[in-house]
Design a protein around this ligand. Sequence first.
Ligand code: FAD
Length: 437
Amino acid sequence: SPLTKASSILIVGAGTWGCSTALHLARRGYTNVTVLDPYPVPSPISAGNDLNKIVELGSSSSDDENETFVTRALLDAATNGWLYDPVFAPYYHDTGYIVAATTPEGRRHLDEREDASEATGFEQLTTAADFRKTMPEGILTGDFPGWRGWWKRKGAGWAHARKSMESAANEAKRLGVHFVTGSPEGEVKRLLYEEDDVKGAVTADDKEHRGDRTILCAGANSNALFDFRGQLRPTAWTLAHVRMSPDEAKLYRNLPVLFNIERGFFMEPDEDDSDLKICDEHPGYCNWTTDAMGTRTSTPFATHQIPKEAETRVRGFLKEAMPHLADREFSFARICWCADTPDRSFLISKHPDYPSLVLGVGGSGHGFSYIPAIGGFISDCMEGTLDHRIAQSFRWRPETAVGRKWDDLQERFGPDGSNRVMDFQSITEWTTTGPNL
Ligand code: FAD
């Protein structure tokens, strides 16, 4: 049926992209928008339910003309949201960004792919002393062995992830979007197929939710709800928190993000619990099973623990940068799922066979920073007005996943021994941090 502002729109997933899409549709005047999720916002399994995420504003350069346009369009729209949209601006902190690497290969990647150079507004950091003086004395006490990097003082930083997502959901609700959350009533079991089209979704209580359009935004779990023909690889990363004392929390304010692409990253402690989050860096974990036909599937699961080897990496990163924190007990840990496409570009597209189905997936490790804007592009896609260059980059592209190399590093790095995609099936030792789920 032709799309009108009164059409019923069903969004599957109230995570990062689902909340953004709900907000953008409501702002465009859609009056019949429903969002389904097995959990109320913030869902404990949403990749966006996190203290903080790295955000880079501004523009980037590339040799590919289309890519430059697409990258710029997305960055400009997101930047506008972080700086001027009252729903998101309170949660963005322009504290600067330090990006570093250790090996020659890692450094090459920094200069080429991360586009860090003086021309793009970065200052070079070559010695341990250079790194230490990027923060107040007493924070970066490490030796930074082999580290080389770049510091951008403005135009990058971090956003409070959970609060940005809640803010988007609250504004969407205020504008009339209906959230059906909790299990079974919000948990989608399957899409509703009728007349060669998708006409909504069926939840775990066997209720049919009909939609003139259905937008699938279930993150890594989308792969279980629709056949993506290999375009999504659910992959998990690991994070841990250490708790700071009130005095420490005062010292650790307004810090630039510190990211070594082969070691890990941290941002300043959060304002509520003074928890400092650390992610160890690696090419990710899958949870592989192989069926009788030989098809490999990585299936997400939730736990508030991380593999012991990830704990060792977190502590290894701390030893190099902040050794005084390296032995501190974790106050929290979890694995967090994303979904990588083969080229790590987003997948925002109608489906060629199901005209009423819109796909908004494929965060590929960098999908949070676009929360202010991504729902606008997904809405454009639904309305058929998405710029053709963006539509081309983010199209349904199963041909790119034929014979997919499932163990491809996808341009990610880890320290020695973990510079590979790892498999949860072979992990026997886990942390025992705090309460589990
Ligand atoms: P999610 O936010 O995960 O949302 C999926 C939603 O679907 C959830 O709410 C879930 O409850 C719901 N759902 C699941 N199953 C069902 C079902 N059956 N029915 C209905 N709903 C369902 N990006 C950055 O830009 N900067 C960063 O610094 C950064 N750091 C990251 C660090 C880690 C450790 C990880 C894992 C990711 C990071 N990312 C970062 C990537 C970013 O978090 C993701 O790209 C983004 O959050 C993905 O959003 P999403 O909406 O696709 O998925």
